[in-house]
Design a binder for this molecule. Structure first.
Ligand code: NAP
Length: 230
């Protein structure tokens, strides 16, 4: 609902890169606020939210303090991915220094359901160690999380990326698919079947779209190595 005339419009910075951040930007723009969404610039063709968008890092805590002060934001909403730890820590520190209110909007983690065959692990190395010899593994992880699996040359990896990698991936046996995750469990299931996947590795990111692969794994009785949040 648009702001009523007694409510002042605010200048709001959303730290984004997630579906939730896009939805929030739409709501706040409709309410009449001046919204700037900040993206890290990791994807080549990001889906842009309504309002203003800026792209690229701030240059650490100092850069963010400088930006917040120069742009005179009334508040900051950190709607980044639950595993984007650095930007969230920087936002907490920078808003404290600049004296600007911060709200952290974090997706709830996924909860194990009957039929799920999850093994919870605390880090990527433990995830790589948890894979049995000769497994065919769907790595539902971002590019920066893959290297921990390189020593497992006995396994076959299936990797999905939005944009093509800029450097060779370094795996002995792997299949690369370009594209985004589907929100449809039956599409995710047919992908797991097509590649003969025996194990799925993912992080407990929460959210709606990413959950389809977990539903698919449950339906196909595929074990999941789940990297839990800190
Ligand atoms: P990260 O490790 O916490 O951040 C690394 C650096 O990237 C930050 O120090 C910051 O650089 C810059 N950065 C990160 N998010 C930014 C943002 N929203 N706006 C401007 N600069 C940003 O983050 P990450 O895990 O690489 O994730 C990057 C972005 O992708 C986040 O916006 C996140 O919401 C989105 N995303 C991440 C994942 C994931 O799996 N991690 C999944 C989906 C979407 P400076 O220090 O120079 O400011």
């Amino acid at each position: 609902m648009p702001l009523d005339s007694a409510m002042p419009a605010e200048r709001i910075l959303i730290l984004g890169g997630t579906e939730e951040a896009r939805r929030l930007a739409s709501e706040l723009v409709i309410e009449g606020h001046h919204v700037v969404t900040s993206l890290a610039g990791r994807t080549m063709e990001p889906v842009l939210p309504p309002g203003e968008v800026r792209i690229g890092g701030f240059g650490g805590i100092d850069g963010l303090v400088e930006y917040l002060t120069a742009e005179q934001f009334d508040r900051v909403i950190d709607a980044t991915h639950p595993f984007a730890h650095r930007i969230s820590a920087n936002a907490a520190r920078a808003t404290a220094i600049a004296g600007i209110p911060l709200r952290r909007l974090q997706r709830p983690a996924w909860i194990r359901r009957p039929g799920d065959l999850w093994t919870a692990v605390g880090n990527l190395e433990a995830a790589a160690d948890a894979l049995p010899q000769g497994a065919t593994v769907f790595l539902a992880l971002g590019r920066q999380y893959l290297d921990a699996f390189l020593p497992r040359s006995d396994c076959q990896f299936v990797i999905r990326m939005v944009d093509p990698p800029t450097q060779p991936l370094g795996f002995t046996h792997y299949t690369l698919m370009l594209g985004k995750p589907s929100g449809d469990a039956s599409e995710e299931a047919s992908l797991l079947r097509r590649f003969g996947v025996t194990h799925l590795v993912c992080r407990n990111s929460g959210g709606i779209t990413g959950y389809a692969k977990l539903e698919a794994a449950r339906n196909l009785a595929i074990p999941v190595i789940m990297l839990e949040r800190d």
